[in-house]
Design a protein around this ligand. Structure first.
Ligand code: UD1
Ligand code: CA
Length: 460
């Protein structure tokens, strides 16, 4: 659609969040709240988008630095929604067309709804169109007042409404479509003679009706979509609805979720068909998961790339790691940033890795720490192996070449290199490089003192 701009109001503090962080930056399904209405505006073809910022303006601005279609307008003092829109006017000087006005705290709004609103507004040649909904409990919202013929007359805020006006169920979503000419000609003449001494944007509706300009309301069926988030209870409620949408899309694209109500997947995560996800998993960041994987319960994955047919067993935590195909991890494994596991690698229970590459077919099946290590193909890492990578000052690398067999309870004191095809005997502390094809063994010789224990017992 042509000539559509948007203004998103985001200057308020969000007092009811009781937070040190400004409301519109609170994350919801993996993104700051403001991203959601912004994406809806972009989805409806709006450019530019003007964000009206005030509280923690710098933090909000920083978030959108470099986004060419976004301008920020400052509202230093929050004197009301009408005043906020007036602050955005200079950023849209010379713009002629239709302006969408949104709030930064309505994360459930869909781009498709704005496209419908624009079409409704334009085909009827309206100056102002308000998006409304009928609510069972309209408490707190502005009410839409109409005449007997159903024409929109004005919007009254709850705090200014008579008991009779309060009984109206049709509410103002705070989302509007306005012709730029009408909007900017009139925004300067709003007054603040009301219960809150604020400049109400909603008064433009009465102004349009009085001036004989066409002022309409488009009601939507799904009142969830325009739900405003004011406190943390509503934040959780909105997050649940977003998760349902994300999970439904994934399921329709071929991903199985055993219990979608207890699966926490962020917007933007990509998962291939025939992957099965058990309950209580959270998958976040820019994560990609291939086809036919199994993610067992209680797994947490952030910013990972996982290939096809991988199995992540219960209770594992994976961060900034890359897994190629047919990899098995866990249960209770911890892959820390910089882990790269090639095809058919197996990481077993209570294994922790960090900045470690494992070649095809290598295994560390139990109770192991591998940090700053480069491990070749078909290497077996025995139970209880530890790379001693940190000397208290610096981190050092351990290199283990192809086909090495590391026995149980081995310490590799880095920097150290174990050549291909060698064997490290159980209990060995490796402090020097091991040449290829060798056996390395370092053990304190065992002493057996016969009868010792029996003699001790007799003494006591
Ligand atoms: C507003 C509407 C109300 C509607 C409701 C829908 C007015 C007067 N009332 O009420 O009819 O039912 O939204 O959710 O418009 N903001 C600024 N600067 C300001 C004031 C607000 O940027 O000076 C921003 C806030 O950060 C927020 C949005 O505007 O994102 C809405 O403000 P809020 O105070 O929540 O308005 P409501 O009282 O909910
Ligand atoms: Ca609000």
């Amino acid at each position: 659609m042509e000539n559509v701009a948007a203004i998103i109001l985001a200057a308020g503090k969000g007092t009811r969040m009781k937070s040190g962080l400004v409301k519109v930056l609170h994350p919801i399904a993996g993104r700051p709240m403001i991203d959601w209405p912004l994406e809806a505006a972009r989805g409806a073809g709006a450019a530019p988008v003007v964000l009206v910022v005030g509280h923690q303006a710098e933090a909000v601005r920083e978030r959108f630095q470099g986004a060419g279609d976004i301008a920020c307008a400052m509202q230093a003092e929050q004197l009301g929604t009408g005043h906020a829109v007036a602050c955005a006017a200079p950023a849209l000087a010379g713009f002629s067309g239709t302006v969408l006005i949104l709030c930064g705290d309505t994360p459930l709004l869909r781009g498709g709804t704005l496209t419908d609103l624009l079409a409704f507004h334009r085909t009827r040649g309206a100056a102002v169109t308000v998006l409304t909904a009928r609510m069972e409990n309209p408490h707190g919202y502005g009410r839409v007042l109409r005449d007997e013929a159903g024409r929109v007359l004005r919007i009254v805020e709850q705090k200014d409404a008579s008991p009779q006006e309060c009984s109206v169920r049709e509410i103002n979503s705070g989302i509007y479509c306005m012709e730029a000419g009408f909007l900017f000609d009139n925004i300067g003449s709003l007054g603040n003679d009301n219960a809150q001494n604020e400049f109400y944007l909603t008064d433009l509706v009465a102004m349009a009706a009085q001036k004989g300009a066409t002022c309409l309301a488009m009601a939507i069926e799904d009142s969830d979509e325009i739900m405003g988030v004011n406190d943390r209870a509503q934040l959780a409620q909105a997050a649940r609805i977003l998760r349902r949408r994300i999970n439904r899309d994934l399921m329709l694209s071929g991903v199985s979720l055993i219990d979608p109500e207890q699966t926490y997947i962020d917007q933007g995560v990509v998962i291939g068909p025939d992957t099965l996800i058990h309950p209580n998993c959270s998958i976040s960041g820019p994560t990609q998961i291939g086809n036919g994987c199994l993610i067992e319960s209680g797994v947490s994955i952030s910013s990972c790339r996982i290939g096809d047919r991988c199995r992540i067993k219960a209770g594992s935590v994976l961060e900034d790691s890359e897994l190629r195909a047919d990899v098995a991890v866990g249960p209770m494994a911890h892959l820390r940033p910089g882990t790269v596991l090639n095809d058919h690698v197996k990481i077993g229970n209570f294994v922790e890795t960090k900045k470690t590459i494992m070649g095809e077919g290598s295994k560390a099946s139990h109770l192991t720490y591998l940090g700053d290590a480069e491990i070749g193909r078909d290497v077996n890492i025995g139970c209880g192996t530890i790379t001693c990578n940190y000397d208290g000052v610096k981190k050092h690398r351990t290199v283990i070449d192809d086909n090495v067999f590391v026995g149980s309870d081995v310490q590799l004191v880095a920097p150290v290199r174990v050549g291909a095809d060698s064997l490290i005997a159980a209990g060995t502390t490796v402090t020097r490089d091991v040449p290829a094809g060798s056996l390395a063994i370092s053990r304190t010789p065992q002493v057996n003192r016969e009868g010792w224990r029996i003699r001790m017992k007799k003494k006591t």
